[in-house]
Design a protein around this ligand. Structure first.
Ligand code: TMP
Ligand code: ZN
Length: 427
């Protein structure tokens, strides 16, 4: 087998400083999306450790796995879940409204995956271009008629795209910049490609929410960076862009959508909202080492209680299985020392994942139909970010006495009664 390449991080990829505070050590674990197809291959593990830049408060992994080893063949397919599809459709409507997108507009998406987000712009008749490094998934996007380039987005690629297609009215980077080591080069490329009144939109998990929801399982090797609004503003301004607004969305465990333009654009800056968010980050202590240390201690306790909770269920004789083979699920299972054998199987809707084994756990991934026949007693909700949608979908399982173990922010069991209360409260 070929060995995966890994490098340690020295200077901050946002501000260039080398002044780090290490606050969370999750140990050595396999890559969360490296679903195993060949059981005889030994699995490689890599340190999963988080540190905070004392200058710009970027949180970063201490080690970076070479991107080609992560993304050439990729298992993550943008979720067909209703929650995510509604969110993407909402974004398309929002930008159509702000920019008046039409036949002469160009929308570019960085990290376009299978083209789900770009497809939401089809009703407006604009030109669409996706850019994504995963061979297998960009083929799927092209097969559905979304023009897609198999590549990492760099400033060099941006220059070529501009020469071929002209400036972009909208550049989307949803859940991608956390994966990119040379993010300054990416943003420089965006600046070069953007039309005079074009908008650049970044969506990332919000570090403030990660800390308050204890969503430590969103920390995995693909996510090199964890952002505050203040850190993103610095990144954008250093590249000669102006942050114009920020919004929060309850997707992927709590995310922010930040928009930016060229400084001379016609768009007005929502200074009040941006500065309000940055002030709230300071008030929440996210610019001081102690807050991160406290978070590290909370996570260590949480991992322990996840293990205890699962052990008690298994020892009581329940058949326990995973629900949703998400990278975050793999992360908390492997970093909480859950042994092989505690989960009977893992159900997942993604065809690419079915038939494989969960990294580090040797648990077989099967389809929801097959899982239903196995009649587990408890499902561990690994894709907890879709909690309400999953509870609603699995009403039959719950009504026949089945329960879900929800890991975050504290492990708790949800049966039919609790589920009704949760879904009721959400709608
Ligand atoms: P994500 O949180 O990274 O989008 O991954 C969620 C995983 O969970 C993905 O592999 C699809 C899977 N999933 C299910 O199996 N059933 C579901 O109902 C949902 C919403 C997701
Ligand atoms: Zn920094």
């Amino acid at each position: 087998m070929t060995r995966t390449r890994v490098a340690s991080v020295d200077s901050c990829r946002i501000c260039g400083a080398d002044n780090w505070h290490t606050f969370l050590d999750l140990g050595n674990v396999p890559l969360a999306n490296s679903f195993v197809t060949d059981e005889s291959e030994p699995e490689e593990t890599f340190p999963l450790v988080l540190m905070s830049c004392r200058v710009c408060r970027l949180a970063s992994l201490t080690h970076v796995v070479h991107p080609k080893d992560l993304y050439d063949h990729y298992f993550y397919v943008s979720s067909p879940s209703r929650t995510m599809q509604d969110h993407m459709a909402g974004l398309a409507r929002r930008f159509q409204r702000i920019l008046g997108l039409g036949a002469s507009s160009l929308v570019v998406e960085i990290g376009s995956n299978n083209g789900d987000q770009l497809a939401k712009f089809r009703p407006y008749g604009c030109s669409l271009l996706g850019i994504d490094p995963a061979q297998n998934i960009t083929e799927q996007a092209r097969a559905r008629g979304i023009d897609t380039r198999t590549d990492f987005f760099t400033s060099a690629v941006a220059t070529k795209v501009r020469a071929e297609r002209g400036p972009a009215d909208l550049i989307l980077a949803r859940h991608v910049i956390a994966h990119v080591d040379d993010v300054r080069d990416l943003v420089a490329g965006v600046r070069d490609l953007l039309a005079p009144d074009g908008i650049f939109a970044i969506e990332v998990p919000y570090l403030k929410e990660l800390v308050s929801r204890r969503a430590f399982d969103t920390v995995y090797h693909e996510h090199l960076s964890y952002f505050l609004v203040g850190t993103l503003r610095r990144l954008l301004e250093d590249a000669g862009l102006r942050m114009i607004d920020v919004d929060e969305f309850d997707v992927h465990g709590g995310s922010i959508l930040v928009t930016a333009t060229l400084p001379s654009s016609r768009h007005r800056t929502n200074t009040e909202r941006i500065e309000g968010k940055i002030r709230a980050e300071e008030t929440a202590g996210l610019t001081s080492d102690e807050t991160y240390d406290r978070f590290g201690a909370v996570v260590d306790r949480l991992r322990e209680s996840l293990r205890t909770c699962l052990r008690e269920l298994v020892e009581a004789g329940y058949v326990v299985a995973g629900y949703g083979a998400s990278a975050k699920g793999v992360t908390w299972l492997t970093t909480s020392g859950i042994p092989r054998g505690w989960l009977a199987f893992c159900s997942d809707t993604t065809p690419e994942k079915q038939g494989t084994l969960l990294p580090g756990l040797g648990v077989r991934v099967i389809s929801p139909e097959e899982a239903r026949e196995q009649r587990p007693d408890v499902y561990v909700m690994l894709a907890w970010n879709y909690r309400d949608e999953i509870l609603a979908k699995e009403a039959d399982f719950l009504n026949s006495g089945g329960r879900f173990l929800i890991p975050i922010p504290e492990p708790h069991l949800v049966g039919a009664k609790e589920s009704a209360a949760l879904i009721g409260a959400a709608s």
